[in-house]
Design a protein around this ligand. Structure first.
Ligand code: MLT
Length: 409
């Protein structure tokens, strides 16, 4: 008899996006005449082609692998030096991060889940509400929570409400926690965190000997020069924060997968015997055992993002998606909805019209406007009353969504 991990049975519904996919699939099957004009603004998946510089680099790398003299087998588990050095030079100049602090992976979704491998039991873990569901579900899977209550909040997690009143950046808790997940620019609310707000969190983490897991997957979409792009711009973060970054959304890598975690040597946790242990050393050990590195051609593609041509092409992609966000914001505002986000992030977060829940809004948009959005409650109890529109789409589709929003709301 093989015992299963019973923690999986605590998980509420299916993972949010497959669940939305299932509902949309059922609707499309029942309404074949509408399927062709259905516009998906649910999951934040890129729509525009891979930048030319990336494609060329991948082609070249594949050709290298086709030649005995330049063929490569297993790569370094932590990632190739050429990519880690390019990241340091381009993303962390003057921030006291070295190539040795960077761990290349095949995605931030896996990274934010896998990181729990190196933390022990009994940590008090704080998540924002609403939240990227991966942080919560992976803690449930590993046994860091009890059961969920009626609103879907798991016993044992500390939920930090993010509301319009606090600009979707959580207040510092009055209790002590050990691990805090922060994501800025934020998924799902599209909010960004100021330097002062991040400084308060770093100060809290240092005072409480806590670790911040900082998800900066949407950093490339920041438009405002005052908004920090990295947690390491904040003094003291090198002692208490890990940063997750991704090529998915800026470089269009959702289908080809490449991301990284940054872990300075000075971030430590405590062993059962009270010894200070380097988080980086644990993650290096875990990586070399469970991972054989991201694919060589894809790492070459990621490196090309930092070439002159690649940088210009990424700016064009970001401008495209942020132009979409602006149109979506304007359309929602015009019809009298309260709109948040979409200024430093590719997500527009909208208060539902009076009397409609998040899932009512999902159904209304699907069946009347033939548009898929994401219900706010799918990101947590505090997301109830909101919906998220992803700006990842073609301009043509976004203009059509704006038209339909105006027609149906
Ligand atoms: C989202 O829509 O929230 C994102 O696409 C999820 C992800 O990046 O995994």
């Amino acid at each position: 008899m093989a015992r299963i991990n019973d923690n999986f049975l605590k998980l509420k519904a299916g993972y949010l996006f497959p669940e939305i996919g299932r509902r949309v699939g059922a609707y499309a099957d029942a309404n074949p005449d509408k399927a062709a004009s259905l516009i998906k603004c649910g999951i934040g998946d890129v729509t525009e082609p891979l930048p030319a510089a990336v494609r060329e680099a991948i082609h070249t790398a594949v050709d290298e692998l086709g030649n005995r003299d330049t063929f490569r087998g297993y790569g370094p588990e932590q990632g190739y030096d050429f990519l880690r050095e390019a990241i340091v030079e381009n993303c962390y100049a003057d921030l006291n991060i070295s190539a040795n602090d960077i761990f290349i992976s095949d995605g931030s979704k896996c990274d934010t889940g896998n990181i729990l491998d190196i933390f022990g039991k009994g940590n008090k873990i704080a998540v924002t509400d609403p939240v990227y569901p991966v942080y919560v579900d992976t803690n449930v899977m590993i046994g860091n929570t009890g059961e969920a209550d009626e609103e879907g909040r798991y016993e044992g997690l500390v939920y930090l409400p993010c509301t319009a009143e606090n600009d979707f950046v959580p207040a510092i808790p009055d209790e002590k926690v050990d691990i805090i997940y922060l994501c800025y620019p934020n998924n799902p609310s599209g909010a960004s965190a100021t330097r002062e707000q991040l400084t308060a969190w770093v100060t809290y983490a240092k005072e409480n000997d806590a670790i911040i897991l900082y998800d900066a997957a949407y950093e490339a979409f920041i438009q405002d020069d005052d908004v920090p792009r990295s947690i390491y711009e904040i003094e003291g973060a090198h002692e208490c924060a890990l940063e997750f970054r991704s090529f998915s959304k800026n470089g269009g890598f959702t289908g080809i997968r490449c991301a990284y975690i940054t872990i300075p040597e000075t971030v430590t946790g405590v062993s059962a015997t009270g010894e200070r242990i380097s988080i980086k050393q644990l993650w290096a050990r875990r990586t070399s055992t469970k991972f054989n590195g991201a694919s060589y051609p894809i790492q070459r593609g990621a490196e090309a993002i930092f070439s002159d041509a690649g940088k210009a092409q990424v700016v064009a992609l970001v401008d495209h998606y942020m132009g979409n966000a602006k149109l979506l914001r304007e359309a929602c505002t015009e019809i009298g909805l309260k709109v948040f986000g979409g200024e430093n992030a590719p997500y527009v977060w909208v208060a539902c019209p009076e009397g409609l829940t998040s899932w009512d809004m999902f159904d209304k948009m699907l069946t009347e406007a033939n548009v898929v959005i994401t219900p706010g409650s799918g990101f947590g109890a505090a997301g109830e009353g909101y919906f998220r529109i992803s700006a990842f789409n073609s301009r043509e589709n976004v203009k059509e969504v704006c038209k339909r929003l105006k027609a149906y709301l």
